[in-house]
Each structure stands twice: as structure tokens, then as C-alpha cells.
Design a protein around this ligand. Structure first.
Ligand code: NZQ
Ligand code: ZN
Length: 389
């Protein structure tokens, strides 16, 4: 077991009717707030009015930036960073899903530097040493952005989608009210489940080291997703289902499950290349790639992990041959993603073309080797893509 640091200083208000604390929390950081949100779902569900009313009560001065895109663009980040500078913003309030939260993090960081925010992502990899404080109100359970220090930004011009983490961008406070996710469509609910599941897989599938307690915790979260997503799909206003999914989304990626495991992620860098070129929903891309990646990485050296997973998460009969148990686990996962959640299962269905495989594969491993669960070269990633056709 390796040493590790546990440090997740995000204050979470979980549950219904917690927004009454919004004003007091924002006021701790100043009086000038930049409110950021996406394409308008927060207005449809009455959340915009609720948030504005709390801020008015607290006597805060509010500036607004709306229209943050799913797979958020660098242009929105630039706009937000500029607004922070122009209006001398003290604190940013992001209200929405992962895209709004991610973009807001880089606005907060961009506000503290003189250069273009894209320099955080290009070959300059400019340091992120400071960011304005960020408070979030989450409306979609998926990315865990509400409790992590990362974000992913797209640049359509360069056909890049790049993620970056930096501790100063960690939200100070996040409001997690499961009722705010009642209006999330079946499709986005399913994509969110696939995303959370992948966040757990990226850590769980690891041959380097086991921390039994964390493995059990991860298996519990996987079972939670498998149990509650179908309920949320059938009954979108089922509080118990939405609450379980919301808290799982945060803990799947907030760093806790990493323990001392040090391993690069696999499916995420690969998926980001699909979204970069095709602008597809992140969770959908992950759903298509993940079972193929699992099949590709399965061999005598890795099979024990699959057996543990298949037996503990899917109750596969442990008395069988290990390879058989592993295959049955992957089959169960496919049934969950494609039959139960109803997500599309192939590149063909979502319009991803073979001609882009080499460039996507090369960018995913940065022309070298992606050192995840199993090291993957460009050639390996292209083979995984071929399995997705
Ligand atoms: O824009 P609005 O109108 O708000 O609509 C959104 C959007 O169309 C809608 N939506 C959100 N909450 C809703 C709702 N519709 C009805 N009711 C609600 N309560 O859902 C659509 C998708 O929203 P988006 O924010 O894009 O989804 P998600 O939360 O899945 O975020 C995806 C982004 O996060 C990145 C992804 O790459 C992608 O760009 N990720 C961020 C991570 C992180 N910060 O650590 C990690 C993840 O692996 C991921 O890469
Ligand atoms: Zn993800």
C-alpha cells in the first residue's frame, strides 16, 4: 500500500431546501458574484429564480454569463475570465451540470492571469496557481466536477478536448439537491451513469496495488449505479434513486477512491478524442468504449481483477473458469449499458468514422503510450476503436 494524502476540502450541502444557505456562503467570499449557467434548463426548473432570490436577499451584486455549451468551449471560458476582470468579481457561482462547472473553474483561473486561458491547455501548459473562489449548484449527476479540482475544455478550432486539474479550482462549496435532477432527461441520466461507472473503473481496474477497503467501496458504488439508474429512468422523481446517484457521482471522482493507487486513466483520454471531433456526449462515448477496452485488456495477467469484479458486482458464479467469469461480467456490463440504459452501442450508430481512428488514437496516447490498466499504444487504441464499429 502506497502513502497518500487525503485532502478534499469541499463543503457540501446535500439534500432538499439547502439553498437557504447560498447567500451566507457566497458572502464569505465577497459581494460581487458571476453567475454562470448553460442553455436554460435552470430557468425551466425554477432554479434560476430560486438562486437569484437567495442572492438578492443576501444583498449580493450579480453578473451573469449564460449559454455554456455541453462539452464547454474555450470561447465561453475566455468570456467568463474577461467578465471577472471587467467587473471585479469576488466569487463565481456555477449552476448546472459538469460542463457549466468545468468552464467556470477555468474562468476563475483565467481571471487571475494575463494570458489567454487556452494557454492552460496548449503546449505552454501555463501554471494554475490561483483561481477566484467557486461555489456550485449541481443539476446533473455524472462528472463529479462539484467535488473535484478538474475540468475539460473543447477547442473546435484545434479539434482538441483537454482536461486539467489544479487544486485552486476546487469548489469551496457545492449544493447537491437531488430534486434538481428530476428534470434530467432519460438520455442524460443514462450517460451520467456510464460516466460515473467509468470513473470507478479507471481506478478499480488496476494490477499494481489493492486496498481491500477501497475496492469494497468501489464495488458498492458500482452496485448503487446498477440498482438506482433504472429506477431513476422509470421514475424520474424518485428521491432515493436520484440521491444515491448524486452522492455516487461526487465520490466516484473526488479522489477518495484513489488511495495510493497511481495509474493513468484509459477510457477517458480515449473518449475525449471522440468528443473533440464529433461533439458526442461524454458518457455515451465511454459506454461504447468501456466494454471493448475491458475485452482488449483481458488476459492471464489481468483476469483476477475481472473475476473479483464480476463475482462481487454482478454475482457471477465463482466456481467457473476465470476467463469465463470475466466474459460473463463484461456481458452483464454490456446488458446494463445498452439494454437497461438504452445507450447506443457502436461508433456506426453515432456516426464516428474509421478515417479518424489514427488521429484520435495518436492524440489519446499523445503519440507515446497510455499507461493505464494495461499500457496502450496508438495501435492498441486503434484496435479498440475497430472493436467499436
Ligand atoms: O445547458 P443546459 O440547458 O443546462 O442543459 C444541460 C445540457 O444540455 C442539461 N441539463 C443539465 N442539468 C439539467 C439538464 N436538463 C434538464 N434538467 C437538469 N436538471 O444536460 C445537458 C448536458 O449537460 P452537461 O453539463 O454537458 O453534462 P455533464 O454533467 O455530463 O457534463 C459533461 C462535461 O463534463 C466533462 C465532460 O467531458 C463533458 O465536457 N467531464 C468533467 C469531469 C470533471 N470535471 O472532473 C470529469 C468527467 O470525466 C468529464 O470528462
Ligand atoms: Zn467522465
Amino acid at each position: 500500500m502506497n502513502n497518500f494524502i487525503y485532502d478534499i476540502p469541499v463543503k457540501v450541502y446535500f439534500g432538499e431546501n439547502q439553498l437557504c444557505h447560498l447567500g451566507e456562503e457566497l458572502k464569505k467570499y465577497g459581494s460581487r458574484v458571476l453567475l454562470t449557467y448553460g442553455g436554460g434548463s435552470i430557468k425551466k426548473i425554477g432554479l434560476y429564480d430560486a438562486v437569484m432570490s437567495e442572492m438578492n436577499k443576501a444583498g449580493l451584486e450579480v453578473f451573469e454569463l449564460s449559454g455554456i455549451e455541453p462539452n464547454p468551449r474555450i470561447e465561453s471560458v475566455r468570456k467568463g475570465a474577461q467578465m471577472c476582470k471587467e467587473h471585479n468579481i469576488d466569487v463565481l457561482l456555477a449552476v448546472g451540470g459538469g460542463s457549466t462547472l468545468d468552464a467556470t473553474k477555468f474562468m476563475a483561473a483565467g481571471a487571475c492571469v494575463d494570458h489567454d486561458p487556452w494557454d492552460f491547455f496548449n503546449e505552454k501548459w501555463a501554471p494554475i496557481e490561483k483561481a477566484l473562489p467557486i461555489v456550485t449548484v449541481l443539476t446533473l449527476s455524472a462528472t463529479g466536477s462539484e467535488m473535484d479540482s478538474g475540468g475539460v475544455i473543447s477547442n473546435l478550432e484545434t479539434r482538441d478536448k483537454i482536461g486539467r486539474m489544479a487544486q485552486p479550482m476546487l469548489p469551496k462549496v457545492s449544493f447537491l439537491d437531488p430534486t434538481l435532477t428530476y428534470s434530467v432527461s432519460a438520455y442524460q441520466t443514462a450517460c451520467g451513469a456510464a460516466d460515473m461507472m467509468s470513473h470507478i473503473f479507471e481506478v478499480y481496474f488496476n494490477m499494481n496495488q489493492d486496498l481491500y477497503m477501497l475496492d469494497c467501496f468501489m464495488e458498492g458504488m458500482m452496485k448503487t449505479i446498477i440498482k438506482y439508474t433504472p429506477i431513476a429512468l422509470k421514475e424520474p422523481t424518485n428521491y432515493e434513486a436520484r440521491a444515491n446517484l448524486m452522492w455516487t457521482s461526487s465520490w466516484a471522482i473526488n479522489g477518495f477512491i484513489d488511495g495510493g493507487k497511481r495509474q493513468a486513466w484509459s477510457c477517458h483520454p480515449i473518449e475525449h478524442e471522440l468528443s473533440a471531433i464529433y461533439d458526442i456526449t461524454h458518457g455515451l462515448g465511454l459506454a461504447i468504449i468501456t466494454p471493448r477496452w475491458l475485452k482488449y485488456c483481458l488476459d492471464e495477467t489481468t483476469v483476477s481483477k475481472y473475476v473479483q469484479w464480476a463475482v462481487n458486482v454482478f454475482n457471477i458464479d465463482p466456481s467457473q473458469e476465470p476467463m469465463k467469469i470475466a466474459s460473463q461480467g463484461i456481458k452483464k456490463l454490456e446488458e446494463f449499458l445498452f439494454d437497461t440504459l438504452g445507450l447506443q452501442s457502436t461508433f456506426t450508430e453515432v456516426g464516428i468514422k474509421q478515417e479518424d481512428f489514427p488521429i484520435m488514437a495518436r492524440k489519446a496516447c499523445r503519440g507515446k503510450v497510455l499507461r493505464g490498466f494495461k499500457p496502450l499504444t496508438q495501435e492498441d487504441i486503434e484496435k479498440i476503436f475497430e472493436m467499436c464499429i
